[in-house]
Ligand binder design. Structure first.
Ligand SMILES: *Cc1c(COP(=O)(O)O)cnc(C)c1O
Length: 500
């Protein structure tokens, strides 16, 4: 058992000939708790949690050779995305259709989705230290990379099946707007996003409530984020109110989101001399989705020598990585709200590999955790994880100090999440000669409070496509913090504004 998937399991895929001729067997997905049926890509896209409470992961990871990876240097982002993700969708989406979807998703230019020609440009901060800017999508956070693809994949699959679905999601900020932007053009999706009334920033709220469509429904709940999330969970558990319409998840338990995030690790490494040399990444982390994608990239053959889990004061993952304690703490509101979590849902996917993919063992760990105990893992499993992962928890004061420091050094204005990544990279770095890439998860304009607290002056202006954000009309329904009220609302509007 170890952090990486054994070679014998990984090298499943047929003939390892040149990448264009390579054939992949249809991918199957299994649950981390070992009791739910295996699914194909199409079904895993439409699934939330597995029926045994676990999360879906690929049964076998594709593994690329160094020559194959090297041959992708210089490819446009969407073509690289095709090569990295193709094995995951084989059996559900034809190559030609998948290529077309990716070309649309990662299009740039005036009519494109991403505002920067490189889609995910690298910006150098210091010698051998880089920020991978993942905030040039429509909502200015990295979540666009996955949710722009998810919306298009859903529409493709649902059109084929002649089926409609309802999405219910809870957001404390970035997920909601990225999900609405990703699904607004979907013919077969009605999306309901709940946010805590008066408890998200004005930029974040307006990024959701100013997008109109008869399939888009913003709900402000008179409660907190946990209340919203609880109602989503309860709705998945009992779906009678949906009258047979399927409910789909858009949070990072959805496998397609993780899959899309693997691509930019390859994209960054290829620009910095990979795969001929190793690369290290520092990842601002909340639910462990983004960094788990980096772990998968490594197991698929990309030489990643170090992954740094960068958290804010909500540090359950740092406590695990530094001391083998996975124990729920209190929730602390911080200047980096997109990482304010008590439990990291995707961590279960790493635990599954650390335990030799033994679903029963994971079921037991999670049962202990739910009963309030928290847990440690066997020392050798923890040591295996520590070969790859380091971690740091950064408080608000150090976050602001880092924003100010980097601004003084090179004139770059960081958002607070990215600043935490930079701080962790500088403190945890193992090797100065290995390029260090910090994932730039959001644009600083989304978090003006941190920028102002850091004392580096005014927050930057909104980019052109959002310049009139504060003048736009908003649409949002305020509802009581009550499950039945919310479910009745969904049932009354879930078919393009009409009753289900
Ligand atoms: C969602 C988010 C994160 C955390 O990502 P996870 O995949 O949940 O670990 C970090 N930074 C920003 C800006 C985010 O929106």
């Amino acid at each position: 058992s170890g952090a990486s998937i054994p070679e014998s399991e990984a090298v499943r895929v047929g003939l390892a000939v040149s990448s264009s001729n390579r054939r992949f067997a249809p991918m199957r997905y299994i649950s981390t708790r070992g009791q739910a049926p295996a699914l194909n890509f199409e079904d895993v896209l439409l699934a939330g949690l597995a029926s045994d409470g676990g999360l879906y992961v690929p049964e076998n990871l594709p593994r690329f050779t160094q020559e194959e990876i090297a041959s992708w240097a210089g490819l446009p982002y969407h073509e690289l995305a095709f090569r990295v993700m193709r094995p995951f969708v084989t059996g559900s989406i034809s190559d030609a259709d998948f290529k077309k979807i990716l070309e649309e998703t990662y299009a740039t230019g005036p009519d494109g989705v991403f505002a920067h020609a490189a889609v995910a440009p690298l910006r150098q901060l210091d010698s051998n230290e880089w920020v991978l800017e993942l905030f040039h999508g429509p909502t200015l956070a990295f979540k666009d990379f996955a949710l722009q693809l998810l919306g298009r994949l859903l529409d493709y699959v649902l059109a084929k099946r002649n089926e409609r679905v309802v999405i219910m999601g809870a957001t404390s900020g970035d997920t909601g707007s990225a999900a609405i932007e990703g699904c607004k053009a979907c013919d077969n999706v009605d999306i309901f996003i709940m946010h805590p009334h008066n408890r998200v920033s004005e930029v974040q709220r307006r990024q959701m409530t100013t997008i109109f469509g008869d399939n888009i429904h913003n709900i402000a709940i008179e409660g907190n984020f946990d209340d919203c999330q609880e109602m989503v969970k309860d709705s998945f558990a009992d779906q009678d109110f949906l009258k047979g319409t399927r409910l789909v998840a858009v949070n990072s338990i959805n496998w397609a989101r993780i899959m899309a995030q693997i691509v930019y690790y390859f994209h960054a490494a290829l620009q910095l001399g990979g795969p001929a040399r190793s690369i290290a990444f520092s990842v601002p982390t909340g639910n462990f989705g983004d960094i788990f994608a980096g772990y998968l990239a490594r197991n698929m053959g990309l030489p990643i020598s170090q992954l740094i889990v960068a958290t804010n004061r909500n540090d359950i993952l740092h406590r695990f990585m530094s001391g083998n304690q996975y124990v729920k703490g209190e929730l602390h509101p911080t200047l980096s709200p997109s990482m304010d979590i008590m439990v990291s849902s995707n961590f279960e996917r790493l635990l599954f590999d650390l335990h030799g993919r033994n679903g029963a063992a994971i079921g037991q760990l999670m049962a202990n955790f739910r009963q309030g105990g928290g847990f440690s893992v066997d020392q050798d499993r923890w040591a295996e994880a520590r070969k790859l992962f380091d971690s740091l928890a950064v408080n608000d004061a150090d976050t602001c100090a880092t924003i100010a420091q980097v601004y003084a050094e090179c004139g770059e204005l960081l958002d607070p999440h990215t600043a935490i990544g930079v701080r962790a990279a500088r403190e945890c770095r193992r090797n100065q000669s290995t390029p260090m890439v910090i994932l730039g998860t959001a644009h600083p304009v989304k978090f003006p409070e941190a920028v102002e607290t850091a004392g580096v002056g005014q927050a930057p202006a909104l980019p052109p496509h959002l310049a009139d954000l504060f003048e736009r009309e908003e649409r949002c329904t305020v509802l009581a913090n009550d499950l039945k009220t919310v479910q009745n609302f969904v049932a009354a509007h879930g078919n393009r504004g009409k009753p289900l």
